[in-house]
Ligand binder design. Structure first.
Ligand code: IPM
Ligand code: MG
Length: 376
């Protein structure tokens, strides 16, 4: 390991995780080799597969690997065989543990509708065409981590469940700052989503986001209640640019928004902290289709693109990767989740290979263009 290397912890995880990760790593390899990006990749166990081997979903070794790496690339965790386990050792705890221990408070979930996939969306073409939304979900607070939590049994023998929705103003402020910065790099429109008409915690959210907004007069800030936002995402999604919201609301709204694109198999994500980052597709481990070479690897491949952009500071390579994905879709390649009549049904590996081939061509012509320019 040389100090120049950028260290990546790779956790393929459970279900379709290993298959999609394999394709994403192929894509990463092509880019890093052709453009001389010095990467050090180390694989580790996480989730249910880690539980089966070590009795815990996030072994110390994996956590340490993540802590010493510059970024984490993750497939998916979970599956029905682990659903009966105690909460403390469920595969999902690994994900939550990583988010907490790496301080990954800002979760970016871009929702982009590719023109080629307009037919795959359950909504009308004219409603989803051109959609380009960035959902920024707070990721280390709220009911996900708030205490007290758990189920207690009272003297009368009856059970009570409790989770705590909690946000400090500092937590709200730092995600709000990220949100305004993101909006500045896009179309200058920020929507903050809360339930301030009922929940005091999110009334504070609204107040603090508004305060931060005074430092960003160039960004238009609006607020919306979460129930209305859920409706507007279906009714008129093109009104949205950047949406910032709490952990729980963001979890729900991002799954809903994913369906605008036709398939959750298309959506990448980045979880950013102060100096750490984790990249993963937003779909889960899809155990029902695992091992069949039919899962869509594009969300994981696009997550590699986000890593190039946000951790490696390689926006040109990220843009080429995104273009390769768009071109492959233009050529008609489709995994089953985005298939429509007349297109070309391919499996996980063939989809990965198609992106690799496209990238090789794009990287080649980018290099020759650069060479021509330097000769002029
Ligand atoms: C997500 C997932 C996770 C979450 C689960 C797997 C713990 O749904 O990343 O959206 O609820 O955050
Ligand atoms: Mg979710």
């Amino acid at each position: 390991m040389t100090s120049k290397e950028f260290q990546i912890a790779v956790f393929a995880g459970d279900g379709v995780g290993p298959e999609i990760m394999k394709e994403a790593l192929k894509v990463l390899k092509v880019i890093s080799e052709k453009n001389h990006i010095n990467l050090g990749l180390t694989e580790g166990y996480i989730g249910g597969s880690a539980y089966d081997l070590f009795g815990v979903p996030l072994p110390d070794e994996s956590l340490n690997l993540a802590l010493v790496s510059d970024a984490v690339l993750l497939g998916a965790v979970g599956g029905p065989q682990w659903e009966g386990l105690d909460y403390s050792v469920r595969p999902e705890r690994a994900l939550l543990g990583l988010r907490e221990k790496l301080g990954l408070y800002a979760n970016l979930r871009p929702v982009v509708v590719f023109d080629e996939l307009l037919d795959a969306s359950p909504l009308k073409k004219e409603v989803v065409q051109g959609i380009d939304i960035m959902i920024l979900r707070e990721l280390t607070g709220d009911v996900y981590f708030g205490r007290p939590r758990g189920v207690t049994i009272g003297k009368d023998g009856k059970r009570t469940g409790v989770n705590t929705m909690i946000y400090t103003e500092d937590e709200i402020r730092r995600i709000a700052v990220r949100a305004f910065e993101l909006a500045r790099g896009r179309r200058n429109n920020l929507l903050s989503v809360d339930k301030a008409n009922v929940l005091e915690t999110t009334e504070l959210w609204r107040t603090v986001v508004t305060e931060v907004g005074h430092d960003y007069p160039d960004v238009t800030l609006k607020h919306m209640y979460v129930d209305n936002c859920a409706m507007q995402l279906i009714r008129n999604p093109s009104q949205f640019d950047v949406i910032v919201t709490t952990n729980l609301f963001g979890d729900i709204l991002s799954d809903e928004a994913a369906m605008l694109t036709g398939s959750i198999g298309m959506l990448p994500s980045a979880s950013l902290g102060r100096d750490k980052a984790l990249y993963e597709p937003i779909h889960g481990s899809a155990p029902d289709i695992a091992g069949k070479n039919i899962a869509n690897p594009l969300a994981t491949i696009l997550s590699v693109g986000m890593m190039l952009r946000y951790s490696l500071n390689r926006p040109a390579e990220a843009a080429l990767l995104e273009k390769a994905v768009a071109d492959v879709l233009k050529d008609g390649f489709r995994t089953q989740d985005i298939y429509s009549a007349g297109s070309r049904l391919v499996g996980t590996q063939d989809m990965g290979n198609a992106v690799v081939r496209k990238l090789e061509t794009l990287l080649q012509s980018a290099t020759s263009r650069a060479r021509c320019r330097s000769m002029k």
